[in-house]
Design a binder for this molecule. Structure first.
Ligand code: ZN
Length: 292
């Protein structure tokens, strides 16, 4: 399942092809993905220019003229590919099967016609059409916390959310109302970088007067850095994800704890081994020696 860095990688890969282009035609090869496609989808977007490509948590936002946004989620196996006579064809090798090409954007770009194709063998992805000025009212966005990439995420904010909570740090960080788009892999990595145990109660990082303790400052920095590093590496291609330009991300090779059970901890001077435990039904990887 793509995590935030992968979706950001897709956004960055698609932006040069899609931004500024006009939608000549939207080809829909089935009425639904995980959910029904928007009513009158093709009619609603026909002729409109794509103003910009954005992202909120793990959702791709295709902003169109006239205050419209296509909200797209890649689900488990969704991918986009660009077919451009000038740039050549870039795609995900496993997405070659045309029978999984469900939504095709026929675009007129500044350099000529191109197609952007959404392929999704398992069809857990979905698309919605929404009024851009009302994006905050989109149900999945209404409760979302701040992005882990933006300035809104700081230790003061996290202290307010963690104060008095006995919930383990792992679960507290996976809560999308606390931080948007932070998934299992990057929570494990950030906790390791901050030397904090995933089992530790979130409230222990906050003083009795609600101020962030020093480890919370380190955790906040670790979250921002681990996401920034993953985006810089082009997202992690854990199973079958690939960049829209056809190249594989490689960040998975630098995971320090995720999926590293039994390997020596990489913290300098630490003699611990990476352990795997289950928390709230999900695997947690951590070093019991240096993460306290
Ligand atoms: Zn360690």
């Amino acid at each position: 399942m793509p995590e935030l860095p992968e979706v950001e990688t897709v956004r960055r890969g698609l932006a040069p092809a899609m931004e500024g282009a006009r939608i000549e035609r939207l080809e829909l090869n089935r009425p639904d993905l995980r959910f029904p496609l928007p009513e009158d989808f093709a009619e609603a977007v026909k002729g409109r220019r794509i103003v910009s490509l954005g992202r909120r948590a793990k959702y791709l936002l295709i902003d169109l003229e006239d205050d419209l946004t296509i909200i797209a989620h890649l689900g488990m196996s969704g991918s986009f590919r660009v077919e451009d006579t000038l740039l050549g064809e870039f795609h995900h090798p496993r997405s070659k099967d045309g029978k999984h090409d469900h939504v095709i954007f026929h675009l007129q770009g500044s350099k000529g016609p191109l197609r952007v194709i959404y392929n999704d063998p398992r069809r857990f992805g979905f698309m919605h059409l929404w009024k851009r000025s009302d994006l905050d009212l989109y149900p999945a966005f209404a409760q979302l916390g701040p992005e882990p990439t933006g300035n809104a995420l700081d230790e003061i904010y996290l202290a307010a959310r963690f104060a008095g909570r006995a919930q383990p740090l792992k679960s507290a960080l996976l809560d999308q109302t606390v931080i948007a788009g932070l998934g299992n892999i990057y929570v494990c990595e950030a906790l390791w970088r901050a030397h904090l145990s995933p089992k530790r109660a979130a409230g222990t990082l906050v003083t009795p007067t609600g101020r962030p303790k020093k480890p919370l400052l380190l955790l906040t920095t670790s979250i921002r850095e681990v996401i920034a590093d993953a985006i810089a590496a082009g997202g992690s291609s854990l199973r079958d994800h690939i960049q829209t330009d056809g190249s594989l991300g490689y960040f998975q090779h630098s995971f320090s704890v995720y999926d590293q059970e039994g390997k020596p901890c990489r913290t300098p001077g630490c003699a611990g081994m990476v352990s795997r435990i289950t928390q709230a039904g999900r695997s947690t990887f951590y070093c019991p020696v240096c993460q306290r």
